[in-house]
Ligand binder design. Sequence first.
Ligand code: ATP
Ligand code: MG
Ligand code: FE
Length: 353
Amino acid sequence: ATILGIETSCDETAAAIVVRDHNGVGTIVSNVVRSQFDEHAAFGGVVPELAARAHISFLDHIIAQACREADMALDDVDAIAATAGPGLIGGVLVGLTTAKALAAALDKPLLAINHLEAHALTARLTDKVAFPYLMLLVSGGHSQFVLVRGVGDYQRWGTTIDDALGEAFDKVAKMLSLGVPGGPAVEAIAKSGDSKRFRFPRPLLREARLDFSFSGLKTAVRLQAEAIGPLNQQDVADIAASFQAAVAEVVGTRARDALARLATELPHAPTTLVVAGGVAANRTIAAALQTAADVAGATLIVPPIALCTDNGAMVAWAGAERFAMGARDGLDFTARARWPLDSTDMKVIPHEA
Ligand code: ATP
Ligand code: MG
Ligand code: FE
């Protein structure tokens, strides 16, 4: 089937057309993303109201461009998929309402997609990954381990008790005046830094649980920066490198523990670890995850970075996977600010024709 996917849950306005063949192989026909860095730069973070307005201004053009680049008309798609949550509710409403209008006008099925499911299934678009697998989602709003047992079948094994990892990167970038987006800026300057100059805390590392906590680490970074006083370029690089080393050790160790625990507790334990979310772009973290996978005898899959950060192709693909199983959603589906992956309504219930 050919699916149009729409993503507007945060600060990316995105649309894509993806085809899924009868063997379950996916092809991205077009994938257009417009990031709102400029709109929010002056505010040091995403302003929800501005984001929603920008989605309204740009979404029609982004969808038109996705069709143009695919050399297709809107009428050539089999269904319209859009993120219906979780996310900033104003933005989600813009994308979901647009999708409903298109579905009604074109008389095509609507697929209301959970943004986290879209991140979770992306690896099956780019690599031939079979269920079950363990996903580590590390993005601007989430840090969690999810056991992916099938489409619509998720079990959460650990999450952050405070900040998300991407959020921690963004806040550290702000403290160091590195600008937005924060994660890539921290990674770039850390290259010229000494990761051993500061020994930042490794939160929760000694505990058996699979949860994360990054708020105390963030505070430790702030206190260190304040203690030095005006920071020179080398101080900034050393703090960034030391922070990155701390989170990489935490994430790598947690991943190793998660794989080991699943192996002892489940009859069919996953042997694949999939990373999703923008933080997957970080080379130091990816290296720590590779080591963790090697130790556990697991395979690590890191999708191309353009598909790890928010995009329309992942929404179209999640739509395609659900569509293939008979899912259809009603035009009365409501947008959600919160929508955990393990909620019972994620389960695919085939639509009666
Ligand atoms: P969510 O999916 O949880 O709603 P989001 O969609 O905002 O959140 P993504 O677009 O997946 O998150 O990722 C953006 C986050 O990834 C930002 O916090 C950004 O700083 C971080 N990030 C991007 N590149 C890097 C990098 N190289 N190193 C560390 N963090 C990075
Ligand atoms: Mg984003
Ligand atoms: Fe996301």
